[in-house]
Ligand binder design. Structure first.
Ligand code: GLN
Length: 493
């Protein structure tokens, strides 16, 4: 069962080759066996999974099954799930049980999915390594053959990516504010797409930076991502930034091919410091697309070089405002004090980890009187230029191909002493968030140490269809079949 993709599993369930309950038991057993080593799930939800699987079996028997009936998923612990603890990997939300369901997970429930549990992440989705989780780091199921050092899965959706890579789930929800779907996808050898800002509702997702946050799926294949996105996406009147647009058939789009498409190669992504094997893989990806019938074009995105600097102003600014609500009164944990102010201080002092505090400090600073114009307003202006660059380029080309991340997965403990070094991970992914455009990462090869590397496809606003088609073409040519050393085995229930 573990070797089947999501699409293949959905077909097998419809043919009754096995039941949703059998499938769920198989995956739950795998979670129980491997989660102690991976820490991919903060809160497994076996009872909920069994209930949903039984309901899926009834729907399948009655011929009324939704498109994801019986499909076991991981849910990033940033999506509120009614009656199931939702922590955002923070001590401050450790006791929080939402009385409501996020729109994205509501859609997945509607379509029959099975929730295996809530997956681990960086605290409040701030990070690139899952090191900042209050529930302990996630371990990447991949290891370098040369040494057994535990590697990071990337972040912030590292628990979701590790769970999919280790075959503890057929897919998972994730969110991407500056790269948190695409970078962990690259580090764990799975596919992931951040759709256009507004494509998926943010309602019921714990907010990090509201103008950047976007939900999307992680799965083994591009087609599987498309199937999940078809369910997750859609207009939601409860989110004022949700786009009132038809949801196209993304899965069909992923099979379109790339014949005649114009692919842009952004000059500014070719930094001198790029490791040669990443540069080589990028060239390889471009040749694959040319062989599949696309044409290649040099393009320039002159303001992209300011992406990272402006992201680390806008994201902390919005985070500092969003996190003001955790005051010990309305949500989660509370630490008493002598008076109201000291209760706030004690609660926030004990509830937030170091990285979250750093972001709140930076955010408060750039929003404060006297600095607002110099930093925040300026960053917003540059952001408009970053978007304009993309829109200019997309008049000539249909999509862009770039590397996803500047390195493969690194070891736990590496780059931990210097937050700025950690922020550099996002250099290729952040511009898409600043511009709100869709971006996908697809596993394309292994580095010299045997670790997965992803390539990133960027597309026009609301043209996920082309992004998926290009991603699927890269996937097909790459034929990426390597598997991590730690994964669920092929066991029958
Ligand atoms: N690594 C980036 C950050 O720390 C992006 C995180 C994200 O996309 N949630 O902000």
């Amino acid at each position: 069962m573990f070797s089947l993709t999501l699409a293949e599993t959905a077909a097998a369930l419809r043919k009754r080759q096995f039941s949703a309950s059998e499938l769920t038991e198989t995956y739950l057993a795998a979670v129980e066996a491997l989660n102690p080593r991976l820490n991919a799930f903060i809160t497994p939800t076996p009872e909920l999974a069994r209930e949903q699987a039984a309901a899926a079996d009834r729907a399948l028997a009655a011929g009324e099954a939704g498109p994801l009936a019986g499909i076991p998923l991981g849910i990033k612990d940033l999506f509120c799930t009614k009656g199931v603890r939702t922590t955002a990997a923070s001590r401050i939300l450790a006791p929080f049980v939402p009385p409501y369901e996020s729109t994205v997970t509501e859609h997945l429930r509607r379509d029959g999915a099975v929730f295996l549990g809530k997956t681990n992440l960086d605290e409040f989705a701030m990070g690139s390594s899952n090191i900042t989780s209050a529930f302990g780091p996630v371990t990447n199921p991949w290891t370098r053959p040369s040494d057994a050092a535990p590697l990071v899965p990337g972040g912030s959706s590292g628990g979701s990516a590790a769970a999919v890579a280790a075959r503890l789930a057929l897919g998972a929800t994730a969110t991407d504010t500056g790269g948190s779907i695409r970078q962990p996808a690259s580090f764990c050898g799975v596919a992931g797409i951040k759709p256009t800002y507004g494509r998926c509702s943010r309602w019921g997702i714990v907010a990090f930076a509201s103008s950047l946050d976007q939900a999307g799926p992680l799965a083994r294949t591009v087609e599987d991502c498309a199937l999940l996105l078809n369910s997750m996406a859609g207009f939601d009147p409860k989110d004022s930034t949700s786009a009132d647009r038809q949801v196209p058939d993304f899965a069909a789009a992923s099979r379109r091919g790339v014949k005649g498409l114009r692919i842009g190669v952004p000059r500014e992504y070719q930094s001198d410091g790029m490791p040669p094997e990443i540069a080589a893989l990028w060239q390889q990806g471009l040749s694959w697309l040319r062989e599949a019938g696309a044409t290649l074009h040099d393009v320039s995105l002159p303001h992209t070089k300011y992406g990272l600097a402006t992201y680390y102003i806008v994201a902390p600014a919005e985070a500092s405002a969003n996190l003001a609500r955790y005051d010990g009164v309305r949500f989660g944990a509370r630490v008493e004090g002598e008076d109201l102010d000291s209760m706030y201080e004690n609660t926030r002092g004990a509830g937030f980890g170091a990285e979250v505090k750093r972001r709140v400090l930076i955010g408060t600073y750039v929003l404060s009187a006297g600095y607002y114009d110099a930093y925040y307003l300026r960053a917003q202006k540059v952001r408009a230029l970053i978007l304009r660059d993309f829109l200019d380029v997309f008049r000539d080309v249909d999509a862009l191909l770039t590397p996803t991340a500047p390195s493969a997965a690194f070891a736990q403990g590496e780059r931990m002493d210097d937050p700025v070094k950690m922020y550099l991970n996002d250099v290729f992914t952040v511009p898409a968030n600043m511009a709100g455009i869709p971006g996908l990462s697809v596993p394309a090869g292994l580095d010299a140490r045997g670790l997965p590397l992803g390539l990133q496809v960027l597309g026009k606003p609301f043209d996920e269809e082309t992004v998926l088609a290009v991603g699927a073409a890269v996937e097909k040519a790459a034929g990426f079949a390597a598997l991590p050393s730690l994964r669920a085995g092929e066991a029958r229930p």
